[in-house]
Design a binder for this molecule. Structure first.
Ligand code: C2E
Ligand code: CA
Ligand code: CA
Length: 712
């Protein structure tokens, strides 16, 4: 076998074996490496045809039981495309033509057999060509199908626009995008105008100008995201994308085709991402509890305000630093929920007060800041400050109960020529502390000398921690007299601090700081213990004064703190004093809780046998209507009314009213701050029970106070 020759499988239809030999020889001579089979009947032909793939069929024209036309017929029926060559001695021209018509490929005469090799070769080539064409067609068909599937699967709509006529062809998907069923809708979407009408008005101009730019050859492709009106009225987002596909001879665009892709989901996701980003930004600049701008945001605004104030003289600003008085006490005793409720209410009040161009921010805790911009004058700031303090003094509803608040305000203005946003905040904070020291519920304008005060205050705090141990504290006693008899009935205990460097310090210099730092608790404990020791000594020396009483000031922290009751019980257990000789003065402004809580607390103290006085009465906004429910024995009229009662009719009226009120409720009225004989006389005539003040005696060291006892 000659393996170098192309293999050829040939099925020979022939009754004459000699002819078969001739055929095989001829094909071998032509260079084929043969595999062959011989058949003579229709049955054999059919069976052999199926038995293996054949490259060519070579058939005699006429045989006793079979013929070329019959074989050709069977081959066709089998559906196989195998070249069919007739090799015969005698065939008329008509028969040959008929055979060729029926699908035979070639006709070779037996006496010209040398042509056979060439004929086979050509037919093989043509058959191969036919097969390749068929394969290519099938491939194309499959590709088309796949493309169709891909387009349908991707939901892309296809369109084509004939520019001169305005006619539009759009596939079903385009119509489905708009919410219509292409099978049933009679919606006309066959012109460019019907499509344009569906574009969102806000997208229309952009779409048009991009399209015109593309038609004018300014962009290689047209690409535009637009909203189209859906059948149900809402808008869907589509990516409209296309390209001019045809031009006329004058190079004018004739046809444009492209796609519609539904990008609504992507757009919504983008929108959500934007919203989430905006929310994160908002959260980073706002306080979660109150929704007010936070410190970061405030600083950004302040930075701008500083820049503007440097550029334009009329763009002056002010910063109001606000701190709620005794907020810690409320928070600790009423709970954080109540505290939060108050902070939210305060935030509302602040927001309602400022103009849209101003800013109310929360720095944290109970610290708020107002930034007022474009101020005409400083007076304007003071008006706002007054109004603000007034607003905050109105009762706040907390857990359904009315409560009274107070705040201290520190103010700075851009006149100080700040460079950095931290500076006005720092100075306003300093001024705010000054306001607290001045007695709370007021505002203080910053002045640079206060900065030193802050440093001093820090030093003071450190010093006070040691003062108690180092015996630097001292008590002064201010006599309290019964006006009707002029007899002394007790003393108010007032603490003093002999500071090693700064000399004598009065309570205003250190009590507010002690309250803020918590140092007030050990201080008050020391005052109580020391005062009671002194009283025990005096009562021993002056037995006839067995009812001599001492009045102690109780700070709010102490009043609402948990230590007070056990500490008092301890003290009382260690002394022989009558508990009623121990009087606690509780400032009206301390009574910030609801009436039940206050009544309960005061009753606990009363149950120890102590007597109670409401101090600084008339300033704390407490409701007169519940006074009779409180187990107190005296009301101490605030010094401010007493000292001004001769000069201010209003004060005189208040003093008179408070005395009448005390008498009616069966309480002692105590006047403090009596400085003149006229005040003394007036109070007596009004029926005031008790009084103290410089007119009678200043607060005195124990030794001097004792003079009063000797004389009594
Ligand atoms: P307060 O309870 O209103 O005490 C009365 C204040 O008025 C005392 O000031 C006293 O010196 C002053 N005063 C007395 N008579 C007159 C007068 O005729 N005219 C004038 N203008 N003032 C008079 P002080 O001692 O400076 O105390 C100030 C505040 O400090 C007290 O006000 C009290 O709230 C607080 N405080 C004093 N000692 C203590 C203490 O030991 N513990 C606590 N928690 N607070 C104290
Ligand atoms: Ca007092
Ligand atoms: Ca007082």
């Amino acid at each position: 076998m000659n393996t170098g020759d192309p293999g050829l499988c040939v099925l020979i239809v022939e009754d004459c074996d000699d002819d078969v030999v001739l055929l095989r020889r001829e094909l071998k001579r032509a260079g084929f490496d043969l595999t062959w089979a011989q058949v003579q009947t229709a049955e054999d032909f059919k069976a052999t045809l199926q038995s293996q793939p054949w490259d060519v069929v070579i058939s005699d024209y006429k045989m006793p039981h079979f013929s070329a036309p019959a074989a050709l017929d069977l081959l066709k029926q089998s559906g196989q495309d195998i070249p069919f060559i007739v090799v015969s001695g005698t065939v008329g021209e008509a028969a040959a033509v008929a055979l060729m018509r029926a699908g035979a490929c070639d006709y070779v005469m037996k006496d010209n057999l040398s042509r056979l090799g060439e004929a086979v070769r050509r037919e093989l080539r043509e058959a191969q060509d036919r097969r390749e064409r068929l394969q290519a067609q099938a491939d194309l068909e499959r590709t088309r199908e796949l493309l169709q599937l891909a387009i349908e699967g991707s939901g892309i709509g296809l369109w084509s626009w004939h520019i001169p006529s305005g006619g539009v062809w759009a596939n079903e998907r385009c119509i489905q995008l708009l919410g219509y069923d292409p099978a049933t809708t009679d919606l006309d979407l066959t012109t460019i105008d019907t499509w344009r009408q569906r574009i969102h008005p806000d997208d229309y101009d952009r779409h048009q100008s991009l399209l015109q730019a593309h038609l004018a050859g300014l962009s290689p492709t047209f690409d535009c995201e637009i909203r189209l009106r859906h059948r149900q009225g809402h808008w869907i987002w589509v990516l409209d994308r296309g390209k001019v596909a045809e031009w006329d001879q004058a190079d004018q665009p004739q046809r444009m085709s492209g796609t519609f892709t539904d990008i609504t989901e992507r757009k919504q996701a983008e929108e959500e991402r934007h919203q989430a980003a905006a929310e994160i930004l908002h959260n980073s600049l706002h306080d979660a509890l109150t929704g007010l701008p936070n410190r970061t945001f405030l600083k950004q605004r302040l930075e701008l305000a500083i820049q503007r104030s440097r550029r334009y003289a009329q763009a002056q600003f002010a910063v109001l630093f606000l701190d709620l008085d005794h907020f810690k006490v409320i928070n600790d005793s009423l709970g954080h929920l109540a505290g939060d409720e108050i902070l939210v209410s305060v935030a509302h009040t602040l927001k309602a007060m400022v103009r849209a161009t101003d800013m109310a921010a929360r720095l944290g805790g109970d610290e708020f800041v107002l930034l007022l911009e474009d101020l005409d004058s400083l007076q304007e700031v003071e008006v706002v400050a007054e109004r603000l303090l007034g607003e905050l003094q109105r009762p706040f509803l907390v857990q359904g109960r009315a409560m009274f608040l107070n705040a201290s305000l520190g103010i700075v203005t851009s006149l100080a020529h700040y460079q950095d946003p931290t500076e006005p905040l720092r100075d306003a904070d300093i001024a705010m502390y000054k306001a607290k020291a001045r007695g709370r519920g007021c505002f203080v304008l910053f002045d640079p000398s206060m900065r030193q005060h802050v440093l001093d205050r820090l030093q003071l705090e450190q010093d006070l921690r040691q003062a108690i141990d180092q015996q630097e504290l001292d008590l002064h006693y201010q006599p309290i007299l019964r006006l009707a008899t002029g007899q002394i009935c007790g003393f108010e205990v007032l603490v003093r601090w002999h500071h090693p460097q700064r000399g004598l310090l009065l309570p205003a210099d250190f009590i507010p700081m002690a309250e803020e730092t918590g140092l007030i608790a050990p201080l008050d404990r020391w005052v109580l213990a020391t005062g009671l020791q002194q009283l025990t000594t005096w009562q021993r020396h002056y037995p006839h004064l067995a009812h001599l009483a001492l009045s102690f000031n109780v700070s709010p922290q102490a009043l609402w703190g948990e230590d007070l009751m056990p500490h008092l019980q301890d003290l009382l257990a260690q002394t022989t004093l009558l508990p009623c000789c121990l009087n606690l003065e509780i400032a009206e402004s301390t009574l910030i809780h609801d009436i039940q809580a206050i009544a309960l607390r005061l009753q606990q103290l009363r149950d120890l046998g102590l007597s109670l006085t409401i101090d600084d009465f008339g300033t704390g906004h407490s409701s007169l209507s519940y006074l009779h429910q409180l187990p107190v024995s005296a009301l101490k009229i605030d010094r401010a009314f007493v000292t001004t009662m001769e000069t201010h009719r209003h004060s005189a009226k208040i003093v008179e009213t408070l005395i009448t009120l005390s008498n009616r409720l069966g309480l002692d009225a105590v006047a403090e701050g009596v400085e003149t004989e006229a005040q003394n006389q007036r109070l007596r005539s009004l029926g005031c029970d008790l009084a103290q003040g410089y007119w009678f005696a200043h607060p005195l060291p124990a030794a001097s106070a004792e003079q009063w006892l000797r004389a009594a």
